[in-house]
Design a protein around this ligand. Structure first.
Ligand code: PGA
Length: 257
């Protein structure tokens, strides 16, 4: 099945930043004010939930808001968790799931798969993060990503597969990883092809596949290369999304292609 023309995605993962509502508001306002007209790009910002209310008040049609996690249960004795249904009430559309920083805190593929199903069941869009922790000579990292993709998408409603966005984020290339290395657009391209193969092997060839994006130290300097040569439908941006100038440049370059 041919893939319909879709807009490129630029998704900001603010993580646990900035530290105050005032700063969040000011960063968001600067981005809104300076965003170019968007025809080819969808911009999504995922701030800490506590700031959502303030950001929704800054009205714009150019940016959608998202969350960085959710829980699989609908309600009950789950102290500190927020359900998919509750996120829907907040009027967000996207939810990052399975980020490597959450996996490092103990989140498993099984839990992520339950979260994806919960998010899809309320009509929101999961952004599933997968990624190898290190590159080894025997190319075991391919298998590592394969297991993540397969287990996280296990049992999902095939009709909803194309709603999912998969973010390939090699942990060794994140801006906050100690002794990090640069991932290249060909690393991204190679993994993109590999993930598509995993998906067609698992779900069959006649399905519209998830969009696949890249994340890991994307910035205003490497964005052109990743978008042109990385084989991707967009990017997930951490560190550079907290700097309005850098983020706006990432959007501007993406939009210009
Ligand atoms: P980075 O983070 O762009 O700072 O590497 C990306 C992410 O963790 O999603």
């Amino acid at each position: 099945m041919s893939k319909k023309m879709t807009k490129k995605l630029v998704i900001a993962n603010w993580k646990m930043n900035p530290v105050s509502g005032k700063e969040a508001e000011s960063l968001f306002k600067t981005i809104v004010k300076n965003l170019p007209t968007l025809k080819n790009t969808e911009v999504i910002i995922c701030p800490p939930l506590i700031f959502l209310d303030k950001l929704f008040k800054i009205r714009t049609t150019k940016i959608k808001l998202g969350a960085q996690n959710s829980f699989w249960g609908e309600k009950g004795a789950f102290t500190g968790e927020i359900s998919a249904g509750m996120l829907e009430l907040l009027k967000i559309k996207y939810v990052i799931l399975g980020h490597s920083e959450r996996r490092a805190l103990g989140e498993t593929n099984l839990e992520i798969s339950k979260k994806i199903k919960a998010i899809l069941s309320v009509g929101l869009i999961p952004i599933l993060c997968v990624g190898d922790k290190e590159r080894d000579e025997n190319h075991e990292y391919f298998n590592f990503v394969k297991v993540q993709v397969e287990e996280c998408l296990n049992g999902i409603n095939k009709e909803l597969l194309s709603k999912v966005i998969i973010a390939y984020e090699p942990v060794w290339a994140l801006s906050t990883t100690e002794n990090r290395k640069n991932a290249s657009s060909s690393d991204s391209h190679e993994m993109n092809i590999f993930i598509k193969k995993i998906l067609t092997d698992k779900f069959g060839v006649n399905r519209e596949l998830p969009r696949i994006i890249y994340g890991g130290s994307v910035n205003e300097k490497n964005i052109l290369d990743f978008i042109m040569n990385g084989g991707i439908d967009g990017v997930l941006v951490g560190g550079a999304s907290l700097d309005s100038k850098k983020f706006l440049e990432i959007v501007r370059v993406t939009e210009s292609i």
